[in-house]
Unconditional design. Structure first.
Length: 215
């Protein structure tokens, strides 16, 4: 399934979590000009300007898989990490609604490996917003041997990542929608909300606020 093909044909293949237009408007499919070998299977095409376009169907599929996986864990033992500005409110809202543990802004080295630190946590699974920006958390999670779920853009390497969600992990709206969908799916998988129910929290609450004059 592509992000830009025959919409009617796509809907016959699989019903997306949200309408295709919503995915496209938020830019979840917009990658970078770099195509890492790990993300090649998830790239639908490369635009004439060199920008990679991620397959929306595969984004949708991986959000479902990641949610099913995360829902198996005790909520407080899920550590969600983001050092990126646009990812911080997404992680905070995800954790508020799912019961996961947020680790935002600068990740203090040793937070997963040094029990003497006040920031020390013992996660059973770690959710990473950006493998590059959150590299320290990624490395430490791999050192303690817990599974790692990560949002991966087309320029990311995926060393140590056990389950990737191929997606635009830099855009403000893209991150908000990704985490909103992931939250909704986790709660559906847990039975907190019905399988066809929407998240009562609006998407806007996941989205980082932009300072006046800055986009």
């Amino acid at each position: 399934m592509s992000s830009t093909g025959d919409k009617e044909g796509e809907e016959k293949k699989i019903e997306l979590l949200i309408p295709l237009e919503v995915y496209l408007a938020a830019g979840l499919h917009i990658g970078t000009h770099i195509k890492s070998r790990f993300l090649k299977p998830f790239i639908y095409r490369v635009r004439p300007d060199g920008l990679c376009v991620i397959d929306v169907g595969k984004i949708d599929e991986r959000i479902r898989i990641a949610a099913k996986f995360l829902a198996r864990y005790d909520p407080p033992k899920i550590a969600a990490v983001s050092s990126r500005q646009y990812g911080v409110p997404c992680v905070l809202k995800f954790c508020q609604l799912t019961g996961a543990r947020p680790l935002i802004n600068r990740f203090i080295p040793g937070s997963f490996t040094n029990p003497n630190l006040p920031t020390y946590v013992e996660p059973d699974v770690v959710l990473i917003t950006d493998p590059r920006a959150d590299e320290q958390a990624l490395i430490e999670a791999s050192q303690i041997g817990v599974p790692i779920v990560a949002l991966c853009d087309t320029d990311n390497d995926v060393f140590f990542v056990d389950l990737m969600i191929p997606v635009n992990n830099k855009g403000r709206k893209a991150l908000a929608l990704t985490y909103w969908l992931l939250t909704r799916q986790v709660l559906r998988e847990r039975g907190v909300i019905p399988p066809d129910a929407d998240l009562p929290t609006p998407l806007e609450e996941f989205e980082a606020k932009v300072e006046e004059g800055v986009e």
